[in-house]
Design a protein around this ligand. Structure first.
Ligand code: E4P
Length: 305
């Protein structure tokens, strides 16, 4: 499995690459904004054009860099995509264009503009990373349209399910869906006991029973990891060549579960990559080995280094 870093901060990109574990970079307009604001705070005023150039140069030839379009209509998305691709790809031959799966909003737009743009870009040989994917069916359509990558947003799917259930959480909290399911199952049993005398067809349609039966199950998707796992299953079953990037990763345990799904790539922020490395027993062990080494005379042994 490949690991991409989900950031537009050049310092983080450089550092993660120096660790020898980074295969690519994903950015989005929010990440670019965050990076630009940090630069400004540090007194380094730079224009967006040169900044993106530097991201591509830092990533280097082997590592794809996802850059996102901003328009909502296919024609404009294609124009922006071509601009980004032709301006920045020559630097290190690594640009991939991020297209939202669906740019329709309540206010305007149509459902298909993203698909049309993906398809046009595929025909022009411009690689795409289809973003804001929240369901396996969106991923399937993106793949059919010719996407090079699809990015299901695992963390945002978890956020939505927890919000619908009224569960309070911090952005990086692990989402324990198994516990949620146990709670709902127990409550469902209790409710069924209470209404045991009613006819089966009444129970089947009863709103309380239905709520407990479907609780937390958002259209058959029980978590972000579950969504990625279903996409992996569909793509493998049908031999689809589009690569799956599990995105919107919030913590190390979620990263582990995403890796277990068999997805091709996980893209994670620096904080999650650091968290993956840490364990209190590792730290304790390092301290103990160091102090024992000193007592054993290693200092003397390494004196000449
Ligand atoms: C992926 O390509 C996106 O940039 C990213 O993973 C979104 O993550 P967020 O939901 O934490 O903003």
């Amino acid at each position: 499995m490949k690991i991409f870093i989900d950031t537009a901060k050049i310092g983080e990109i450089k550092e993660a690459i120096s660790w020898g574990i980074i295969d690519g970079i994903t950015t989005n307009p929010s990440l670019i904004r965050e990076a630009a604001e940090e630069e400004k705070k540090n007194g380094k005023e730079t224009d967006l054009y040169s900044y993106i150039e530097e991201i591509c140069r830092t990533a280097g030839k082997e590592r794809p860099v996802s850059l996102e379009v901003i328009s909502q209509e296919a024609d404009m998305m294609v124009k922006e995509a071509k601009f980004l691709y032709h301006k920045f790809n020559p630097i290190a031959n690594n640009v991939v264009i991020k297209i939202p799966i669906n740019t329709r909003t309540e206010e305007k737009g149509a459902d298909y503009e993203g698909l049309v743009a993906i398809n046009k870009l595929e025909k022009e040989g411009i690689p795409t990373n289809v973003t804001l994917v929240m369901t396996p069916e969106q991923a399937l359509l993106a793949a059919k349209a010719g996407a090079t990558y699809v990015s299901p947003f695992a963390g945002r799917i978890d956020d939505d399910i927890r919000k619908n259930l009224g569960i309070k959480f911090n952005k990086n909290d692990y989402f324990d869906f198994e516990l949620i399911q146990e709670i709902f199952k127990t409550r469902l049993k209790e409710q069924l006991k209470k209404q045991a005398e009613e006819k089966i067809s009444d129970l089947y349609h009863d709103s309380k029973i239905r709520f407990l039966r479907d609780g937390g199950n958002d259209d058959g998707i029980t978590s972000g990891v579950d969504c990625v796992s279903k996409i992996v299953n569909i793509f493998r079953k049908h031999g689809m060549k589009t690569k799956i990037i599990a995105a919107s990763v919030r913590n190390a345990r979620q990263m582990r579960e995403l890796a277990q799904t068999g997805c091709d790539i996980c893209t994670a922020p620096m904080s999650v990559i650091r968290e993956m490395l840490r364990h209190h027993k590792t730290e304790e062990g390092v301290k103990r080995f160091y102090s024992d080494a000193v007592h054993a005379g290693y200092d003397e042994l390494f004196k000449s280094l």
